[in-house]
Design a protein around this ligand. Sequence first.
Ligand code: VAH
Length: 315
Amino acid sequence: MKNVLIIGSTGQIGTELTLELRKRYQGNVVAGYIPGAEPKGELLETGPAEIVDITSGSQIAEVVSTYKIDTIYNLAALLSAVAEAKPQLAWKVGMDGLFNVLEVARQYKCAVFTPSSIGVFGNNTPKDKTPQDTIRNPRTMYGVTKVGGELLSDYYYIRFGVDTRSVRFPGLISYIAPPGGGTTDYAVDIYYSAIRGTRFVCPIAAGTFMDMMYMPDALHAAIQLMEADPARLVHRNAFNVAAMSFDPEIIYENIRRYVPDFTMAYDVDPLRQSIADSWPNSLDDTCAREEWDWRPAYDLDMMTQDMLSKLRARI
Ligand code: VAH
């Protein structure tokens, strides 16, 4: 029986990943959280929850030991724009925290999933169909922690045999948990404006292409990778995964197919724009497809239809 700990279980990915894991596994799926970000509703009612501050190795070890955890999903991170405002905290959570997780995983023989991001790439990386193995030279603290996370996770696999795996997530879009201060948040916020009938003011310039993914596909990618046959894995930290690439104009026009009177204006945020400009336009995810059968299920139009119907039902 699988016993799983999700660190950062009340964040954008963690909220939905915890619920999905609880549907799949009969064992303990423990929602780790920090004071001030307590689990609520279904997340609280459907399984155990414990305070797990990633900067405390002893707290992680205590929960891992109590619940006989065999797999840790480490989702604690400051997203790109927030990390630029608080770079020291971003390092503390992203790198010192990861070190704590890997040390506990080494001692208690846990597998570890730590999401990476397209944020590992910078301006001197090929922008279109960015290869799996290429230059990782980010100019953001978020990107630095993600490159460091990939390198440290690979080291713990090679040096200590810890079963570490991860994917480079693109911008993730969800109707459940709100985004948490990232550069791709506009692709979530635009849907809320559309169903509220308000003009959307876009902080990212037209023509700025970024890879994006609907949250159900992201959850599927994480779980499918962690369940994959390790003998097939040539790579581990971290796999490019891709689903769709668009700029603000493309998603706006797609939404207008279902909300014809929807309007949008631009008020570019210099920080988010400079981060977005440094990221790829699209990723090559051939290795994920070959090594663990990755396939996205949602394209932009399917995501738009689902987002609009689910948000209308909720708001
Ligand atoms: C961010 N949503 O914008 C996150 C993600 C690739 C984007 O890492 O920071």
